[in-house]
Every structure is written in C-alpha cells, then in structure tokens.
Ligand binder design. Structure first.
Ligand code: GLP
Length: 249
C-alpha cells in the first residue's frame, strides 16, 4: 500500500482491491468491537462487495456485529424491497444474511405504504439522528462523479430526497436487472449534506474506468458538477484506490 503525497485528502493506493477490502474489514471489526452500537453507512454497487465478503468471512463476525445498525445510502423508488435488483436485496445477499442482521437493524430510504417521498425522507433523516448519527459511511463514486444517487448538479447541503436518475447511471446499473426489468427512473438518496454529517467517510474506487473521475474529484475545484468533489470538505475522509483508479493522478 502506498499513499498519494499531493492529494487534498488521505489517499491510499493498493495493487489489488482485495488488500483494501481486508484492511477495511479489519478496521471495521475493531471499531465495532469497541463500540457495539456502531452505526455503519452502507453503499451498494460492485466496489464494496469485496469488503462485505471480507467482513462476513471474519471469524466470530456474527457475535461482533450483532448490535450493528446500518443505513444505506440509497434505494430505487417504486421497486419492491425483495426484487433482486433492489439495493435491499443486494445488501441481504452480500452482508446482512451472512451477519444475521435483522431487517429492523438495517434501514433504507424507501416509502412505506401510504407514505409520500417527502415523509419517507424525513423519517429516514430522523432515524439517523435518533441512532446518534452515522459513525462510518462507506462510499463508492459513480463514473459521472455521483455519490449515492446525488447526480451532477446536486447541492452541497442537499438532504435525503427523491431524485431522477441520469441516463448514464441507469445504463451503468442495467446489468443488475438481468430479467429485463427496466432500471427505475427514480431513487431515494441520502443528500450530500447527509453524507457529510457522518463522523468518518471511507471512499473506494477501483478500476481504470474510475481514473478520470477520481482525478477530477481531487484536482478540479469542488462543485456541483462533480458531487464527489465535496467529499474533500470532510475532516475524517479517506480515499482507497487501486493502481488503475489512481493512474491519472
Ligand atoms: C451506484 C450507487 C452508488 C455507487 C455507484 C458506483 O449507482 N448508487 O452508491 O457508488 O453507483 O457503483 P460501482 O461500485 O458499481 O462502480
């Protein structure tokens, strides 16, 4: 592992993403062992899967993570929670089932029956506050610079809300809907302000297809056009890259 010296935020580069996944899983285990009511912010997408696999594979992880609470960054709007393409299904497959976490401990921004998106968003933000706030938020970066589903144009102080997905994001996520279900056009997402409220942020980006957006997020002036650029404002943020994603720095 090496550190990028001239980056505006602590930036670690590994040869193989699995190295980062192992390191993050061990750190999380230690943090949760010290603080059993730990609140973890979870991300979906391909990037965090190896970290979840490492976490699930740690010895005695079920006992350690029994008191964990989680909040997911985002969820498709209007998609049943048990649809294979939903982020809730993704999390059950990759982390919650292996850790035996019950649904009551894992919250997603989604509308309950009869609830409007505005009410659901307020309820989600209130639940985060009632939990004491997110201790550590895992994040990926979309190819267009989105974080969670905060697409380019999202405000720095945005909160949880219903958003429309861009065509490029829907195309990028189409492989998660192999049965031909159209990728939903909307999603509920934590806002950038919600994300920046977490006490720590661990941002992951792997692969050469992330190299250009990583460069822009670190080197260009922070702006709404690159939502990931706002992550630089956080005081406890770390970026984990592989050599390919760091290749344009
Ligand atoms: C998705 C998610 C983001 C994720 C991003 C990158 O649409 N909403 O939270 O970080 O896209 O996904 P991947 O890790 O598959 O590149």
């Amino acid at each position: 592992m090496r550190q990028v010296s001239n980056s505006p935020l602590p930036t670690f580069v590994v040869t193989d993403p699995i190295e980062a996944a192992r390191e993050l899983a061990l750190r999380l285990r230690d943090l949760v062992a010290e603080q059993p009511n730990f609140v973890l912010g979870c991300a979906t997408g391909h990037t965090p899967i190896s970290t979840y696999q490492q976490l699930a594979g740690l010895a005695s992880s079920r006992a350690i993570f029994g008191g964990l609470r989680t909040f997911n960054l985002d969820e498709y709007h209007g998609l049943a929670s048990d649809h294979p393409g939903s982020f809730e299904s993704f999390m059950r497959r990759h982390l919650f089932a292996p850790l035996d976490l019950s649904p009551e401990r894992t919250l997603f921004p989604r509308c309950c029956e009869g609830e409007s998106p505005v009410q659901a968003a307020e309820r989600f933000e209130t639940k985060i506050q009632e939990s004491g706030g997110i201790d550590l938020q895992l994040l990926g970066i979309g190819r267009n610079g989105h974080i969670a589903f905060n697409e380019p144009g999202s405000a720095r102080d945005s909160r949880t809300r219903l958003v429309e997905l861009t065509a490029s994001t829907r195309a990028a996520n189409a492989p998660d809907f192999p049965d031909g279900t159209p990728v939903p056009t909307g999603a509920m997402t934590m806002g950038i302000g919600t994300i920046l409220d977490a006490r720590r942020l661990h941002v992951l980006a792997f692969g050469v297809h992330k190299a250009e957006i990583v460069r822009r997020a670190l080197r260009e002036p922070a702006s709404r056009e690159i939502p990931a650029s706002f992550l630089r404002e956080h005081e406890q943020v770390e970026l984990w890259l592989d050599d390919a994603a760091a290749s344009s720095l």
